[in-house]
Design a protein around this ligand. Structure first.
Ligand SMILES: [Zn+2]
Length: 203
C-alpha cells in the first residue's frame, strides 16, 4: 500500500492546548531557576497549583502577604527601612512568617490550636453522605488525648463504596477500613486560629 502523508492542520482547541502546555513548561522552567522569590518558591514550587480561595477578600489579602513575605512583620519592615533589626519583639529572632507560624514560643498556644485542627482534606465533591464525611478522619491517642489524625484518612474509595450502599457508619467497624495519606492536601477549621494570626500580620 502506498504511504500517503497528509498535512492536517491542528484544530483551534488542539493548538491552544499545545501553546498552553509550552507556555506553562517555560514558565515553570524560569520559576525553577529564578533566584528571586524563593520564599514563595519554598511554599509553592509549581506554577500551576491554584491557591486557596473562598475565604473572603480580607483573609485572601493576608494569605497572599504571608505567602509573598511582604507584610507587616518586622523582617519585612526591615527590608524597606522601617524597622531597625527585623527582630521579633518577644524573642529577638528574625520575625518572619515562618517564625510566627512555626517557631516563636510566644505563639505556642495558637499553634497548638492550629495543629489540633489540621486534618486530611476530604474534597467537597466526594461521593459520600454527611454521616460518612463526619467519620472520614480516624482518631488516634496522642499523649493520652483522643485526637483526629492529622495525616491519615479512611480510604475515600472504600467509604464512598460503603456510602453508596447506604450503609451507616454506626453499623460498621471503622477500624477495618483501610486508611490512606492526605492525598488531597490538608484542611482545618479556620474560625479562631485565623482571627489571631490576622491581627498580627495585617498591622
Ligand atoms: Zn519570636
Amino acid at each position: 500500500m502506498e504511504r500517503v502523508e497528509l498535512d492536517v492542520p491542528y484544530g483551534r482547541g488542539e493548538a491552544k492546548a499545545i501553546v498552553r502546555a509550552a507556555v506553562i513548561a517555560e514558565w515553570q522552567r524560569r520559576w525553577d531557576s529564578e533566584v528571586r522569590g524563593r520564599h514563595l518558591y519554598a511554599i509553592q514550587a509549581s506554577v500551576t497549583r491554584t491557591t486557596a480561595g473562598g475565604m473572603g477578600r480580607r483573609k485572601e489579602v493576608v494569605w497572599t502577604r504571608m505567602r509573598l513575605g511582604h507584610n507587616g512583620l518586622n523582617s519585612s519592615l526591615f527590608r524597606v527601612g522601617r524597622h531597625e533589626t527585623g527582630g521579633c519583639p518577644f524573642c529577638g529572632e528574625l520575625e518572619t512568617v515562618e517564625h510566627i507560624l512555626l517557631h516563636c514560643t510566644c505563639y505556642e498556644g495558637e499553634r497548638e490550636i492550629m495543629w489540633g485542627r489540621v486534618r486530611c482534606h476530604v474534597p467537597e465533591d466526594a461521593n459520600i453522605t454527611d454521616a460518612w464525611r463526619n467519620v472520614s478522619i480516624p482518631t488516634e491517642m496522642v499523649n493520652g488525648k483522643l485526637q483526629y489524625s492529622k495525616c491519615r484518612r479512611y480510604s475515600l474509595n472504600e467509604i464512598s463504596k460503603l456510602s453508596v450502599l447506604n450503609s451507616s457508619p454506626v453499623d460498621i467497624n471503622l477500624t477495618h477500613i483501610p486508611q490512606e495519606d492526605c492525598v488531597d492536601g490538608w484542611t482545618y477549621d479556620r474560625s479562631t486560629f485565623y482571627s489571631t494570626i490576622i491581627t498580627e500580620v495585617s498591622q
